[in-house]
Structures are given as C-alpha cells and as structure tokens.
Design a protein around this ligand. Structure first.
Ligand SMILES: Cc1ncc(COP(=O)(O)O)c(C=O)c1O
Length: 355
C-alpha cells in the first residue's frame, strides 16, 4: 500500500498465477504447460528473426500471423485478432464487450482470471453454479445478462460442453456476446470456430501456450465476426499497438503452419492423459473425464491439500485450489510418461503411508 495509489488500485484484487518454482529437479505439473517443445519450424522461424531488423518495430497488424491462423481454420484474416497471450485478448474482450451495465454470467468453477477482469473493468460478475457433475445447465443462462463467458473444456475440471449446447446458448442469447475460452480445445474438443460464420455474437479465444507449447512466447488469439474483431482492435490500438514482437509473430505463424507436429504432440498428450487417468483410478482416485491437458482428481480417503504438500516434498508440483466445492480436488497437468510414472510412484507411497 502506498499513499500514491489511487482508490481504484487499492480496491483491485489481482490474479495469482500458478507457481513457477526455481527448484532444479522438479516434476512440474501445476500450470498446464506442454511437456514437449514447440514445433522445430517455429523455433527456426524465431531464430531467423534475431537480426538487425530488431531495431524496427514489428507489424502492428500481425498480418503474417493472422493469415496463418485464417489458413488453419479456413476463415478470413479479418475474423482473427491476436494479442500477448490469451489473457490479454480476454482483457480486451472484457473492455470491449462486457461493460454493459448488466451482469456477466460465468460458471462458479472456471478460470479465476474472469472475476479479476470484472474488477479491473467494472463489470458486474454473476457466477452460475455448475451442476453436481460440474456441467453447465443451459437453462441457467436464460436470464438478463451483458455477456457470457466460459472455458471449454472447462478449467480446472476438464469438462467439455458439446458444440450443440454452445449453439443453443448462442441462439438464446443473441443480444449478448458469448465468449468461449478454448485454451484447451485441441486436447479433445470440437472448436466453436465452426460456428463463427453463423453467430455474430460468438467470440472464440485460444492460446498458443498449451497445445502449441509456446507459453513462454505469449501469443493468444480471438476469432469472431469482423465487427467484433474491429472492437478488439480499437481497444488494442488505444493500449499498445505492438503487443507481439517480431519473433512471436514469425514463431506463432510457423507453429500454425506445422500441422503435423501439432497433431503429433496433441495425440501424445491425449494418450498419456488416458493412461494416467486409468492408473490414478487404480490407486483409488475419482478421476473426472477430461478433454484437456490436465486431470481433475480426488481421493475419497485423503485430503487434497495434504496430498499436494507431500508430493511437493518429493519435488512434484500439482495445483490445489482452496475454493468451495473443489478444495478436495487436485489438478494434475499431463506431463511426459516418465513424469506420470514418477507421480504414480510417489502417490502410491503416500497412499500406503510410506512417505
Ligand atoms: C481457461 C484459460 N484461459 C486462458 C488462459 C491464459 O492463457 P495464456 O495467457 O497463456 O494464453 C489460461 C491459462 O492457463 C486458461 O487456463
């Protein structure tokens, strides 16, 4: 606290990101990063940007990247917005679309940045409880609102909402922007990008941090009707004209062009997820079905915070949320099969009381 802080800053409740520990020998399964490296073609493209041209500003319109994304989804570049991580893209969307003087609806269990952006942009949050299986009940979203946002698959549960349900939501809320945050869609869901041509109120956000192994590069995107994209561009160009640097534009574009590597690593993560889910169930864990690169699990006989603490002592970090309804769950990022094996060995010891 400082006397120089404005009253607004004093009231802010900032987001707390998952830990990025400095320990060296570590099995890091807490922030849903990809265990495999980025596409070699993306790395090459970035290396080629490290030259004297760095004295020049990057392309403020990121034309090369928007085109690569448009090619990937067979849409037009005018339907694409890019930013510094999907967190920034989400922030601009809150600013551009959700300050409507009516509440923004989102699930009670979802990405914890949404309430933070509500605080930052003066949007009234209205959290709608998920049902007992952590699923969205569509009827709950038939009420006055200034927008709807939810992750699909949901975070931290991994639960996937079918495209038909999203379409119903769009039809019932045609006067509000419905934002589908697809940070994890490539690990098992069908993207709502397929619907953007039919629903001018749909905005889909995605990130290169998970399925494209580029969390360190900070690139995110939104896809929607050109008028929604224009709204985002207006905010971006009133904030920072150059959110993506030269390496990020080139690397992200090359990553979208390398379809083969992308599907290869997604399939590896999905296969590891299914194996780990089965093995955790054998240890007595309740494992929720997941379409993401993480599992949400609980053990009926063991406290989740204690389990997380004991794993940590062994250098294995998973995510635990001290939050109503989910404080007995652990969110475990899918790592390499070697990391899964280490996790399972330690868990077996802990459950047997040998830790
Ligand atoms: C649901 C969801 N949305 C958005 C993000 C932000 O991703 P990034 O800012 O790395 O693109 C995350 C990150 O964990 C997430 O879980």
């Amino acid at each position: 606290m400082s006397k120089f802080w404005s009253p607004f800053v004093r009231e802010l409740v900032p987001y707390v990101p998952g830990e990025q520990p400095k320990m060296t020998r570590l099995v890091k399964l807490n922030t849903n990063e990809n265990p495999y490296g980025p596409s070699p073609r993306a790395l090459d493209a970035m290396r080629r940007q490290v030259n004297d041209d760095l004295r020049l500003y990057p392309d403020p319109d990121c034309v090369q990247l928007k085109q690569a994304i448009a090619d990937f989804y067979a849409i037009g570049p005018e339907q694409v917005f890019v930013g510094n991580g999907s967190d920034e893209v989400l922030a601009h969307a809150f600013h551009a679309f959700f300050q409507q003087g009516r509440p923004l609806l989102f699930p009670d269990i979802s990405y914890s940045f949404y309430p933070v952006y509500c605080g930052l942009y003066g949007v009234e949050p209205k959290q709608i409880p998920l049902d007992e299986n952590f699923a969205i009940n569509l009827d709950d979203y038939c009420q006055d609102n200034g927008g709807i946002i939810f992750p699909n698959p949901n975070a931290p549960t991994g639960h996937l909402l079918a495209l038909e349900a999203i379409e119903q939501l769009l039809q019932r809320n045609s006067e509000s922007v419905v934002l589908v945050d697809e940070a994890y869609i490539d690990f098992g869901g069908q993207s709502a990008v397929a619907l953007v041509d039919r629903y001018p109120n749909l905005l889909v956000t995605q990130t290169l941090s998970k399925s494209r192994s580029l969390a360190g590069l900070r690139v995110g995107l939104a896809i929607g009707h050109p008028r929604l994209i224009e709204g985002l561009e207006r905010i971006k160009n009133s904030f920072n004209s150059y959110p993506l640097d030269r390496a990020a534009i080139a690397g992200a574009a090359a990553s979208f062009a390398d379809r083969e590597y992308f599907s290869q690593i997604c399939n590896r993560v999905i296969a590891s997820r299914e194996r780990l889910a089965a093995e955790l169930a054998t240890l007595g864990f309740v494992v929720l079905p997941s379409a993401a690169n993480f599992l949400f699990v609980r053990h009926p006989q063991h406290d989740a915070a204690e389990l997380a603490g004991k794993l940590r002592e062994q250098g294995i970090i998973v995510r635990h949320f001290r939050q109503p309804r989910i404080d007995q769950f652990l969110r475990i990022t899918i790592g390499t099969d070697q990391q899964s094996a280490e996790l399972l060995t330690e868990l077996a010891k802990i459950l047997a009381g040998q830790d």
